[in-house]
Design a protein around this ligand. Structure first.
Ligand code: 9UX
Length: 68
């Protein structure tokens, strides 16, 4: 298992946090998600054999937020 911290732009309330958390949690290979509105970031535990950091970023962007 690996962990990555992704900067998430555009979150302005806890609903956004819930949306980003849901988008990441839906991906195969994601084991844990912690999104902070205050920090503007998502910490993700993932299995690198099943999902990539690029795919995590894409999921965040598809949900309507910026990911770097
Ligand atoms: Mo809150 Mo976020 O009303 O897209 S859910 S701003």
């Amino acid at each position: 298992m690996e962990n990555v911290t992704i900067k998430v732009g555009g979150m302005s309330c806890q609903g956004c946090v819930k949306n980003v958390t849901g988008a990441l949690s839906a991906l195969d290979g994601v084991a844990g998600v912690a999104v902070s509105l205050e920090a503007g970031e998502a910490k993700v535990d993932f299995d690198p054999a099943r999902v990539t950091p690029a795919a995590l970023k894409s999921a965040i962007e598809d949900a309507g937020f910026d990911a770097t």
